[in-house]
Design a binder for this molecule. Structure first.
Ligand SMILES: C=C(O[C@@H]1CC(C(=O)O)=C[C@@H](OP(=O)(O)O)[C@H]1O)C(=O)O
Length: 363
């Protein structure tokens, strides 16, 4: 397998380059009978698309999605769903100056060594533009999960050095950063304005939460739910770290603090992030993602060209000074895809399992 497909029963295959004619996806395994229109997908695509604020790339892409197959009279048929988004605002000449150079920290160098040939325009296949198709596919998963009362939502929890404590979901859709604290937005804006003046980029942390997930999802040993979440979330461009629940903070915790004690009234905490032994516990699933600073910056950097000569790289064109700003819908999509895949797998083997033990209330 060449790594362009995710999932076992609910599968998503993407294809397409940043400056090619279009991005496409095949979403297979969606249960039949789900009401689905392009509007269901467009909402999340609009949340991710470029050029919607001064803090993101100024490439203007409407990211209008077409459903090519798998939907008949407004409902999924159970057959593969073909999706297409046309690229409309490519400016490939921005890349001609660096076509034989490698941007430090970019996939340019490793793609060149792997394939020997690459579409250098806009990062080609390694461009974060590919994530548009994940968002479209994830919207299908989200819609099916919602019919079962499962809701996947995310927010920005840190931008560079600025931590953003969770305040309210109501704020998240009201600002360009997906900040759950409206009072932080002026500070985030000022930070980004200065960053652009500095011709630099910065990292970010995104948190994703799934509420209403029943206990039982996840397949020990290698396909643990948290292992698959790490796989899927780490597959997003620029992600350098994934934590589930307390994550790396678990290192400094004692067992008495980390364990999520149980009472008949419910769990008393959620350090596990909703996953015990690789299987969902019925608590909210919580994951955090670390995204690195964008490698395409106009501040010159030392590198080499394809012949090994030293060069100074300056990346012109339109770029996100912080890819994390648009990553929240992508992270939600990947979590939804993982959850639906595991839900269908769980159903397949365990639909008849009944235990008398009550499902505990969530923390
Ligand atoms: C277009 C998108 O982001 C692009 C991601 C990207 C990269 O190298 O990752 C480089 C830029 O592409 P271009 O140079 O063609 O403007 C971004 O604009 C998108 O996310 O839809």
């Amino acid at each position: 397998m060449s790594g362009n497909t995710y999932g076992k029963l609910f599968t998503v295959t993407t294809a397409g380059e940043s400056h090619g004619p279009a991005l496409v996806a095949i979403v297979d395994g969606c249960p039949p009978g789900l009401e689905l229109t392009t509007a269901d997908l467009q909402r999340d695509l609009d949340r991710r698309k470029p050029g919607t604020s001064r803090h993101t790339t100024q490439r203007q892409e409407p990211d209008e999605v077409e459903i090519l197959s798998g939907v008949f009279e407004g409902r999924t048929t159970g057959c593969p769903i073909g999706l297409l988004i046309r690229n409309t605002d490519q400016k490939s000449k921005d890349y001609s100056a660096i076509k034989d150079q490698f941007r430090p920290a970019h996939a340019d160098y490793s793609y060149h060594h792997k394939y020997g040939v690459r579409d250098y325009r806009g990062g080609g296949r390694s461009s974060a533009r590919e994530t548009a198709m994940r968002v479209a596919a994830g919207a299908i998963a989200k819609k099916y999960l919602a019919t079962l009362g499962i809701q996947v939502r995310g927010y920005m929890s840190q931008l560079g050095p600025i931590e953003i404590p969770f305040k309210t979901w109501d704020s998240v859709e009201q600002n360009a950063f997906f900040s759950p604290d409206p009072d932080k937005v002026p500070e985030l804006e000022a930070y980004m304005d200065q960053l652009r003046r500095d011709q630099d980029s910065v990292g970010a942390k995104i948190t994703v939460v799934a509420d209403g997930v029943p206990p039982g999802l996840g397949e020990p040993i290698f396909d643990r739910l948290d292992a698959d979440l790490a796989h899927a979330l780490m597959s997003i461009n620029a992600v350098k770290g994934v934590e589930v629940g307390a994550g790396f903070a678990s290192v400094a915790q004692r067992g008495t603090e980390h364990r999520d004690e149980m009472t008949p009234g419910g769990f008393l905490s959620n350090h596990a992030g909703g996953v015990l032994g690789g299987i969902s516990s019925g608590q909210p699933i919580i994951a955090h993602l670390a995204l690195k600073p964008t490698s395409s910056i106009t501040t010159p950097g030392r590198s080499i060209d394809v012949d090994g000569n030293p060069v100074e790289v300056i990346t012109k064109g339109r770029h996100d000074p912080c890819v994390g700003i648009r990553a929240t819908p992508i992270a939600e999509a990947m979590m939804a895809i993982v959850l639906l895949d595991h839900l269908l797998r769980h159903r397949g083997q365990n639909a008849d399992v009944l235990v008398a033990t009550p499902v505990l209330g969530q923390f």
